[in-house]
Design a protein around this ligand. Structure first.
Ligand code: ARG
Length: 714
């Protein structure tokens, strides 16, 4: 026993892991986290969370639609994720007549489940460390390009070795800025159908006003089902497909949460930059993010003008608008938090220490220039960062901004092809055209493009603008409205009819001289071109950043022991944890919210704070069934101190037994510096209480058959 304790102490000393912060690899939990987690309340072993040979918790966690996380919650492939993760799909399946975004939807039987065009979930099979293998292929004399080429060659081999003839998708990713490499084996299922969703008034309650804020009252969930062929393998959609029998699904706990309860989250965090140098933070705060915010708002305002006109336009732009608005607010929060906490300054201090260490005789040859090289790169690219962000928002919010790359290129290829090849391309092109115009409203597109061009031409200064924009700005006195109107009048890309007519009578010059194609092509080329000076600085920077991270780890000057998020599966663990008392929250402890608080926020007919009449009636009757807290209130959302970021949306929050207690769906605005630096005092994860989710399904939607499918632990 004594030996065991000494052993544990040694482990704790060797890995002074700080609880709560950290996005951990599943294959490292046993070595790095298990002891700590069990001390905090975990009752599972590392093997029960991640096992290569036996079913384990990880088999119930999927990446959803490429960008979110979801979990399997029944033996028949039922998938739970956030409403905002299903948002685009729900909008796609809706029409003004059957508006599921507005009214919600619950499939009465499996036959009524709705198949969207493209939606897949990705299961995680296993992972392993291939750092040694990959790094043995490179040396310090290589340029970054040579290095990349050598690495990609080895990656291709590793992928081939592990994909079992195409059964699996294998992805090799770099960590710690190119100092480590791991491969991940996945299995993708493409037949995923909508089972149910609450109306937007519930699923997005609080809208953009409450987004990224606590106290919160959002029923941010939607439900899907994975289908497979008869043998349980992935299959394209077919009526003959059957619900997937998963290796594991999550039981659901109705016991509720209390301060300091253990809570862990498994999911796919998208991106953190915890190793980002001071210069990068400074560049983001002063150059990149302000441009992002302004460009996003310009797009949003021009979408909104038209969305408010009718339901069809609103449905078409709902998803683009929501994702633009989400990061519009996030980036403002980041500017505020990073400035307020002086994050760049404290990173700069760390870099000064590092520079001292780096210039010791033993380290100088390798690390001596690292900090100077990094700072040089940022100084050289500040204005470019601003420019690129304006341009990026143009390309993201305008459907025509990047048309040269998608439909435009296809049209060019089609025109150049011979008759046989054209025949072959025709079907796919027709589909692309229909898909493109499905979600478009030309008057809105004209306004978005003109407004973005105006903004870009006048604000993205101190860095060369795209040549075509310089000319047009001069000709039009920085007002692009009439130019854009003309371009739409002349362009073959401005209507479905014109595009389909072109397929009958293709002509290469017609594409390459098309005004919208020319504009887009010029913008895209410009976006991807840089001066030799910047090219060189970027090359040096990549090498220096990799060395900075290597050196920070070697010198132990950075306490971080986990790699940055990059959309690979991670586990984060911590506790249910309140924020300091807040007058806006009437709950007894500021770690949960109640339906009472939600109803107090209710504003009839409001864009963001309306609620369904049925929900209000049930609330009045206090019809909470088995879902109320033992203290009597109906819970809505709660807080944990888990370390998550965008991409974790929809992730399961699990108790010590691995039972589902909620879904992670947001973070708090005060902690928006979190992607760069984790602050244990401020950073919280905002979760939907699973009891509210089940109450909505059971009492509000009356979908009892779904409740019967679940394994509920009381
Ligand atoms: N902030 C959330 C996230 O990034 C998205 C919330 C969506 N809700 C909204 N009101 N836009 O995961």
């Amino acid at each position: 026993m004594k030996k065991f304790i000494v052993y544990i102490a040694a482990i704790l000393l060797a890995f002074p892991v700080k609880a709560d912060e950290g996005m951990w690899f599943l294959m490292h939990i046993k070595r790095l986290n298990q002891v700590d987690m069990q001390k905090m309340g975990l009752q599972l072993t590392a093997e029960e969370i991640y096992s290569v040979n036996n079913s384990s918790l990880k088999d119930a966690i999927v990446q959803f639609g490429g960008g979110c996380t979801a979990e399997i919650i029944s033996s028949e492939g039922l998938v739970l994720t956030n409403h905002h993760c299903g948002y685009g799909t729900i909008a796609e399946l809706s029409s003004p007549q059957h508006n599921y975004l507005k009214d919600g939807y619950w499939a009465a039987t499996k036959k009524d489940e709705l198949k969207p065009k493209n939606l897949s979930v990705r299961f995680f099979v296993r992972m392993d460390d291939v750092s040694k293998r990959i790094l043995s292929k490179v040396n310090d004399k290589m340029t970054e390009l040579e290095r990349e080429t050598a690495i990609n060659k080895e990656i291709a081999v590793i992928e081939k070795e592990n994909n079992e003839g195409g059964k699996y998708t294998v992805s090799v990713r770099s960590f710690y800025q190119g100092n480590e490499y791991y491969y991940f084996v996945y299995q993708d299922y493409k037949d995923v159908r909508l089972v149910g969703t609450p109306p937007e008034t519930v699923g997005k309650f609080g809208g953009d006003t409450d987004n990224w804020e606590w106290p919160r009252h959002t029923g941010d969930f939607a439900m899907f089902r994975v289908y497979a062929d008869k043998n349980g393998n992935p299959a394209e959609y077919s009526e003959n497909n059957v619900p997937l029998k998963p290796k594991h699904y999550l039981p659901i706990s109705l016991k509720g949460v209390q301060e300091n309860d253990f809570a862990m989250i498994l999911g796919y965090p998208g991106r953190t930059n915890r190793w980002m140098p001071a210069g990068g933070i400074e560049q983001n705060v002063k150059y990149a993010y302000p441009a992002w915010v302004e460009g996003a708002k310009t797009g949003m305002d021009n979408m909104k003008k038209y969305m408010d006109k009718n339901d069809e336009i609103r449905l078409n732009y709902a998803s683009k608008y929501a994702s633009t608005a989400n990061y519009w607010k996030n980036r403002q929060g980041m500017i505020d938090a990073l400035s307020k906490f002086g994050t760049a300054q404290s990173k700069a201090k760390q870099e000064t220490k590092f520079d001292k260490w780096a210039n010791k005789p033993a380290n100088k040859a390798k690390y001596g220039n690292v900090v100077a090289t990094i700072n040089n790169y940022y100084a050289l690219t500040n204005d470019k960062a601003k420019h690129d962000n304006y341009l990026q928002q143009l390309l993201r919010t305008s459907s025509y901004g990047a048309i040269s790359r998608g439909l435009g290129k296809q049209f060019e290829n089609y025109a150049k092809a011979d008759v046989a090849k054209r025949k072959e391309m025709e079907g796919r092109l027709n589909e692309m055209i229909d898909g493109f115009f499905d979600k478009l409203h030309i008057p809105a597109e004209k306004d978005i493009l003109a407004a973005q061009l105006n903004l870009y031409a006048t604000k993205a200064v101190n860095y060369p603008l795209a040549p075509i924009v310089i000319d047009l700005a001069k000709e039009n006195n920085n007002n692009f409205t009439s130019y854009v109107n003309n371009a739409f009048d002349l362009s073959l890309f401005s209507s479905k009819e014109r595009m389909k007519a072109f397929l009958m009578l293709p002509n290469e010059v017609l594409v390459t001289n098309d005004p919208l194609y020319l504009l887009s092509d010029n913008l895209m080329i410009h976006f991807n071109t840089k001066s030799e000076e910047i090219e060189k600085a970027q090359n040096d920077y990549s090498a220096a950043f990799r060395l900075l991270v290597e050196g920070l780890r070697e010198s132990k000057l950075a306490p971080i022991q986990y790699p940055d998020a990059n959309s690979t599966l991670r586990l984060t663990y911590g506790k249910v944890m309140a924020l300091p008392a807040d007058k806006r929250n009437d709950a007894k402890i500021n770690n949960y919210t109640t339906m009472e608080g939600m109803v107090k926020k209710y504003k009839a007919g409001d864009d963001e704070f309306d609620l369904p009449t049925r929900l209000l009636d049930l609330y009045k009757q206090k019809d909470f069934g088995q879902y109320a807290d033992k203290k009597g209130y109906m819970p809505v959302n709660f807080l944990t101190d888990n370390d998550i970021t965008g991409g974790n949306s929809g992730s399961p929050v699990l108790n010590g037994k691995g039972e589902l207690i909620g879904l992670a769906f947001d973070g708090n605005i005060e902690a928006m510096a979190g992607d760069v630096i984790f602050d244990p005092k401020l950073q919280r994860t905002i979760n939907v209480d699973i009891r509210y989710v089940l109450w909505l399904i059971d009492k509000y939607a009356g979908a009892k058959h779904i409740i019967d499918e679940l394994t509920i632990v009381k």
